[in-house]
Design a protein around this ligand. Structure first.
Ligand SMILES: Cc1cc2nc3c(=O)[nH]c(=O)nc-3n(C[C@H](O)[C@H](O)[C@H](O)COP(=O)(O)O)c2cc1C
Ligand SMILES: [Mn+2]
Length: 466
């Protein structure tokens, strides 16, 4: 089963018994966030809020917030196992690219707000955690184009509402949109951006997942679905936008910066004030009777976990295996990709260190924190197994590796400059090559070398000076 828009996904969830409609009026604060968190804590249904006090636009939350719905979004049965879900992501990787197609019919263009009409407060955009600095769009598919390659990127980057037509946006330089943004600024240009809100379920999953920087997320989403994503050209920007999106924001990110934050981040701590680029919105288009789709993010467990954990893991595995083919599988234990376990059929006791270096050097490095390397007899998904390997195969002074002064994106323990210490634990059994170096025997000159040296030089000199 594949989906073309949010409405098709909602209909399907309803048929599957995976959606609860709440008709009673609820408040934007704190009800929406509390409902989102409650879904994550209970693996309950997605929720459709028909009536938010003070708003005409209804809201959906938690549509990705269970492993069942993560499987359904991938076109699998809702009881699909973790291995089946991982296999679906690997299939997408192999099938890439399935290119987007332009279509004539674009429900997202049914209504428009332009210039001074733009008003984000028309939509029920919630504050997520109590101390957040403002209301946040936290499930945005941010569409930008790399000025060098022309590749269209979709990334999920938090957006804090600054006023009717402005938001802050967190696009650090290691992210694809951040890299494009820096290139535009160096050219003295601003970066056009379109933001799709409320789409078919694959797009937010892919927007929040790291894929190679020269791959368009549209073409990867197509590969995951097995059919192309339908797009139309934006109204005021030269960017493809999902034809069936509920709401599309269009505008630009230029040199202007503003204070942003705090925001209750995915690891469960507030990130403080930041000076972030400003997204200035020049046009909004939306469907008739749009639905505002959002998620809860904050202290784990939160919806981002279900939506992108497997995608991020498969991305990491695909990247890492190019460097260290001995890796057999990877797992994430704990929140959203900070702590990884790598299982390998290690050829040599030096290889887990190479895996650590590859991990910290990979595109996942900035978010990575702890890495544990284990052998094939340890299930990397099983915390008990991993702790057993640590207890029985680790000598502290030999097997714990620290990589200080590294990128520590949003790590609450990082210093003010955002630098943090990576930790590696080599919990593998010693494994030396068959051609052992032990005991060491030192090579000596073949017998007669000294005599031969004298003889050769004598004869040679005689030849040169007859
Ligand atoms: C709900 C959610 C919110 C996210 N917020 C941010 C964010 O504010 N800034 C950021 O750099 N990454 C954020 N991420 C992670 C990025 O979406 C992810 O790294 C993705 O790969 C970015 O796209 P890119 O690889 O094309 O840059 C978020 C992910 C999710 C699922
Ligand atoms: Mn990307």
């Amino acid at each position: 089963m594949t989906f073309r828009d949010l409405r098709g996904w909602i209909r399907f969830l309803e048929e599957e018994g995976e959606l609860l409609r709440i008709n009673d009026e609820v408040k934007l604060e704190p009800d929406v966030a509390a409902i989102g968190k409650a879904i994550c804590e209970s693996e309950g249904p997605g929720v459709f809020l028909e009536k938010i006090a003070g708003y005409t636009t209804p809201l959906t939350i938690g549509l990705h917030a269970s492993w069942r719905r993560a499987a359904l979004a991938l076109g699998l049965k809702k009881d699909a196992t973790r291995e089946e879900q991982l296999a679906a992501w690997h299939r997408g990787w192999k099938r890439f690219p399935v290119a987007r197609v332009e279509v004539g019919k674009a429900p997202c263009k049914e209504n428009k707000m332009v210039g001074g009409e733009v008003n984000l407060f028309a939509f029920p955009i919630p504050r997520v955690n109590q101390q957040d600095g403002s209301f946040y769009i936290c499930k945005p598919c941010c569409i930008t184009r790399d000025p060098d390659t022309g590749v269209v990127n979709i990334g999920m980057y938090r957006m804090m509402i600054l006023d009717r037509a402005k938001t802050g946006i967190l696009i650090p330089s290691h992210q694809d949109a951040g890299r494009s943004y820096a290139k535009y600024l160096r050219r003295g240009q601003t970066m056009e951006m379109a933001v799709a809100l409320g789409t078919e379920p694959i797009l937010p999953m892919v927007a929040g997942t790291r894929i190679p920087p020269d791959w368009s997320e549209y073409d990867f989403a197509g590969a995951l679905k097995g059919e192309p994503v339908e797009v139309v050209r934006g109204e005021t920007v030269d960017l493809p936008v999902p034809a069936g999106a509920e709401i599309v924001l269009e505008g630009e990110v230029g040199p202007e910066k503003a204070f942003e934050g705090p925001f209750g981040e995915y690891h469960g701590a507030y990130s403080g004030y930041l000076r972030l680029p400003v997204f200035s919105i020049r046009a909004v288009s939306h469907r008739n009777h749009p639905i505002f789709d959002t998620l809860y993010i904050g202290r784990p467990n939160s919806e981002n976990h279900y939506m992108t954990l497997f995608g991020k893991l498969v991305g990491a595995e695909e990247e890492m295996k190019r460097f260290v083919p001995s890796i057999t599988r990877m797992a994430y234990l704990g929140p959203y990709g900070m702590n990884a376990v790598i299982q390998g059929r290690w050829r040599h006791s030096g290889e887990p260190r190479r895996a650590m270096n590859a991990w910290w050097g990979s595109s996942f490095g900035p978010h990575a924190k702890l890495l544990v390397c284990v052998d094939e007899d340890v299930d990397p998904w099983n915390p008990f197994d991993v702790m057993w390997a640590i207890a029985t195969r680790v000598q502290g002074e030999r097997d714990i590796v620290l990589m200080p002064h590294s990128e520590g994106v949003l790590d609450p323990t990082s210093n003010r400059e955002g630098l943090s210490c990576k930790i590696g634990i080599d919990a593998t059994k010693p494994r030396y090559p068959a051609y052992s170096y032990d005991p060491v025997d030192w090579v000596t000159e073949p017998p007669g070398t000294a005599q031969w040296k004298e003889k050769i030089l004598q004869q040679w000199n005689r030849g040169r000076n007859p």
